[in-house]
Every structure is written in C-alpha cells, then in structure tokens.
Design a protein around this ligand. Structure first.
Ligand SMILES: Nc1ncnc2c1ncn2[C@@H]1O[C@H](COP(=O)(O)OP(=O)(O)O)[C@@H](O)[C@H]1O
Ligand SMILES: [Mg+2]
Length: 227
C-alpha cells in the first residue's frame, strides 16, 4: 500500500504563523520546566539543607565532621543559587506578577547596578498578555537595558508602557551617544534577536537614533491574552 502525501509550497505568511505557534509552544514548555525545577528541585534542596544543618548539630564536638558539614551547607547553598539562576534564565520569575511589576523589577535592578536613573511609566490598565508576548516584551526591555549599559554612556533612561484599547506601545529611550551606524548594517545578535521576537509577536519594532542624540526603541503590539 502506498500513501500519497499531498505536498504544497507554504506561503510566507503560513510559515510565519507556524513559527509563531512553535515559539508560543516553546515558551509554554519553558514555563513548565522552570516551574518544575523551581518546585521539585527547590524543595529537595531545601530538605537537604535542613538535613545538613541537623547533622551539623550532632557533630559539634567533632571538628573535622563539623568542617565537612559546613562545607556541605556551602555547596547546597551554591547549588540553590545555580538553580535559581537557571530557572530565571529559562523564564523570568518576575513575570509571575505580571508585565508591569516585571518591568519595574528590571528598572530597579538596572538603577541599583548602574546608578543611572531609570524610570518606568506605565499608562492604562495592566495589559493581559500571552506567555510569548510577556516574555517577548520582557526580553526586549532586558536587551535594551543591557545595550544602554554597554554602549550608550547614558545619564537618563525611560521605559514607557502604554495600553490604549487593545494596542500596546513599549518605548525604551536613553539620552546617550546613539547608534553610530544604520541598524540594518549591524550584524550582532542583540538587535537581531529583538527584531525576531517582534516578528514572532506580529509586532512592529522601530529603532530610532541619531549619533549623539540618544536612542529610542519602539514596539507596537496588539494585546493577546490567549494563554
Ligand atoms: N542604546 C544604545 N546606544 C548606543 N549604541 C547602541 C545602543 N544599542 C545598541 N547599540 C549599538 O548597536 C550595536 C549592536 O547591538 P547588539 O545587536 O545588541 O549587539 P552587542 O550588544 O552584542 O554589541 C552595539 O554594538 C552598539 O554599537
Ligand atoms: Mg546587545
């Protein structure tokens, strides 16, 4: 018996839909893995830490055993740190509280690390976003802030998230030195990654900059609360 599979060439828009669908599925899977690691591994490590502390209580008289117990506790603490880091890489934990608190966390973290003033202005009600859109917006802001720190020599940064109707506008601006060449000629992956995320979200991304006059990253996207 032979099976005939009808083959046809996919249109570009169908390929776009398909890759957006796959990306959404991947984000969902990442969220599940991150939660599983956080909950399961986190609990086991907490239990192990308690056991080590109890063991330590029983060997207070034995100096060598006491040193070993302290070393084990240090190791467990660093494994817990690694797990937290990996979980955060897979899926930013800050998103558990919604996009606005997550961006607030990014702005706080940026201010704390760089001492550069960075404010978040969120206008309109909290947008209701799918996992892919929330992660996309978070990662775009994160990469913009990393770029500002690395390249801009800025003294002021602003993140603005505005929702009006079902339209969402995100603007990340700095007053630094600006991009020194046209965006399309840049071969590095940060800005390309942002553009790719925007494409997956069916969003419009624009990077405006004049040398010496700061830079502005603008994203326009439709609210999408399919979860
Ligand atoms: N906010 C910014 N201010 C000034 N230059 C920037 C800014 N963001 C990006 N750039 C420039 O654009 C280039 C490409 O950025 P990116 O793709 O993120 O790559 P990378 O950060 O790895 O260099 C940077 O190397 C830098 O020259
Ligand atoms: Mg970069």
């Amino acid at each position: 018996m032979s099976i005939h599979i009808k083959r046809r060439v996919l249109a570009l828009s169908e390929l776009d839909d398909m890759s957006a669908y796959l990306e959404a599925a991947r984000e969902g899977e990442r969220k599940r893995i991150a939660m599983e690691m956080h909950d399961e591994l986190g609990q086991l490590l907490t239990a192990l830490r308690i056991e080590v502390l109890l063991l330590r209580q029983n060997v207070l008289e034995d100096l060598i055993a006491l040193q070993k117990a302290d070393e084990m506790k240090r190791l467990v603490d660093s494994i817990m740190g690694v797990v937290r880091g990996v979980v955060n890489q897979i899926r930013p934990a800050a998103l558990d509280f919604g996009i606005v608190p997550a961006l607030e966390w990014l702005a706080d973290d940026f201010r704390r690390r760089t001492r550069i003033p960075c404010c978040l202005i969120a206008a309109g009600p909290e947008p209701s976003l799918s996992e892919m859109h929330a992660v996309g917006i978070f990662r775009i802001v994160q990469e913009s802030l990393t770029n500002i720190l690395r390249h801009a020599s800025a003294s002021q940064v602003e993140i603005r998230l505005t929702k009006s109707g079902s339209k969402i506008e995100l603007v990340v601006s700095d007053d630094g030195k600006g991009l020194d060449m046209p965006v399309r000629r840049l071969g590095s992956y940060g800005l390309l990654g942002m553009a790719e995320r925007a494409r997956m979200m069916d969003a419009h991304l624009k990077i405006d900059s004049r040398p010496g006059n700061g830079s502005v990253i603008k994203l326009h996207v439709q609210e999408d609360d399919r979860r």
